[in-house]
Design a protein around this ligand. Structure first.
Ligand code: ZN
Length: 103
């Protein structure tokens, strides 16, 4: 029952994803660029665990101020990316409920 892999279950990942969004460590919008590939040992922005060689990592890029020459890059696990996408949509939905609609 104490499988270490179960520590990274979906709920935990989604909590971490929400934390990095709220802390501003990862933008709350669609990436401007995205690549998948074998893990290169870089720490995952969401769960802080390195993406190992045998795993798939996503590299997501955000243009700063819409300038494509100035990119912020983040490495994340494929599962963490999925959790981040879910939380991003959840937060966007909640914001739409809380904020008044533009007239
Ligand atoms: Zn991760």
């Amino acid at each position: 029952m104490a499988d270490p892999a179960s520590l990274n279950d979906e709920c935990t990942l989604r909590e971490k994803a929400r934390e990095v969004i709220l802390a501003g460590k990862l933008p709350n919008r669609r990436p401007d660029g995205m690549w998948g590939g074998p893990g290169g040992g870089a720490n995952c922005t969401i769960c802080s665990v390195p993406v190992k060689g045998g795993e798939v990592e996503f590299e997501i890029e955000f243009a700063r101020d819409g300038d494509n020459r100035c990119l912020d890059k983040y490495h994340v696990h494929i599962d963490c990316f999925a959790a981040w996408e879910l939380e991003r949509h959840n937060l966007a939905c909640r914001a739409a409920v809380v904020l008044p609609r533009p007239a």
